[in-house]
Unconditional design. Sequence first.
Length: 337
Amino acid sequence: MRRVTITDVARLAGVSKGAVSFALNGRPGVSEATRERVLQAAADLGWVPNAAAKALSDGRSHSIGLVMNRPPRLHGIEPLIQHYLEGVQDELMSHETSLLIHVVQGHEAELATYREWAHGRRVDGLVVIDLRVDDDRPHALRALDLPAVVLGDPRYADGVPSVWTDERAAADQIVEHLASLGHRQVARVGDRALLAHAAARCAAFEDSCAAAGIDVVELRPESTRPECPEAVPDLLADPHRPTAVLFESDLKAVAGLATIRGLGLSVPEDLSVVAWDTSGIGELLHPPLTSLDHDGRAAGARAVRLLLDLLAGDTPTSVQAPTPQLQVRGSTGPAPA
């Protein structure tokens, strides 16, 4: 089927091709009546813009890039990242901008992708995920003159605009809930310390627990595997074990529950379980999992709006994502005597 062109639109609307160009691109030079007639003709014909021509006319690719540097087995099991991507894509659809995702393994491969995209003008800007504590990507992107927005803590973003979450407010909700149930010793099974969100959550949780008079045992895996760290069974088998465990996500909590039950312990009678991130699967467990409900889609959408403001010439500042809300379910109960 032949592609509909602006010549076809101009013929149906009874105007010149120049008037069609002005009307479709929202530029002054035509009356509102003419603009409406052109837009109606374009809709009737099913006209869509030619991406290549549009890129030549305004010097932009109309694409946003996102690089995923993580082991392939983790791509589909990180709930918060999946929600971020949904929000990014939803927001881009309303701006006639596409999302280019590239999967790499290794830091150098990620930086090489940024260089390729910058030199080839493949993308107009980036949404950056998986911020690290000692991250050199913000500096590298500035050197490439590649606009970017980070989904992560601004303390580690080196001045790049970011969409961030108040981890202390999230931690306070968990700690207040556990303290109200009489828990005074809690284990936290978190992500690797090199990730910025892990460092921010660790500090927030420790500060919140200290204010509530709760002792914390911090456990972190040495690898990216979703399973529980090897130290968890030994910790929970101890007669003086913590009375509650906070897992980084409900997916990690699934593995944790298998370990807990393998030790002959009951949830929540012997041990309360909480998840910091949720994919929704926790509601299907028995008992249903108490967890923080993050609006990752809203955060992803905000990152896109922030980036589009940056591309429009504004100087945006970092913005706060909606604070996660604790959803109390059956996996938490009074601390055992």
